[in-house]
Design a protein around this ligand. Sequence first.
Ligand code: DGP
Length: 110
Amino acid sequence: MCIFCKIAAGEIPTHFLYESEKVVAFKDLNPEAPSHVLVIPREHFENAAELAAVDSATLSELFGAARTIATFLGLDGYRIVFNTGASAGQSVFHAHLHLLGGRAFAWPPG
Ligand code: DGP
């Protein structure tokens, strides 16, 4: 079982900022911004592309959860990132949405 499957299953004690039947959200271990939250499907998909192909409703729910969390955290602007594939910086191969906020962000991203 992958690390995010264990977190979603409650095998690793983790505070969920948001949870539903299909998704959970928790703080990133290595935050890149004052607010850095990961929103993941409970079910294992390798990345966002696989999730989009198989279960677009849950992909949509990740965005809805991010919006709810951003409002809860009082973020007036935020960035959503899906690193998809190792060359794009993906290091955990369980689909996850990064919600980043609380500072200004440069464009283009590095
Ligand atoms: P990515 O590089 O896009 O695959 O992002 C993976 C993120 O997951 C990275 O920012 C660090 C975070 N992370 C890795 N392991 C854990 C963990 O065990 N707990 C939490 N909360 N975050 C983790």
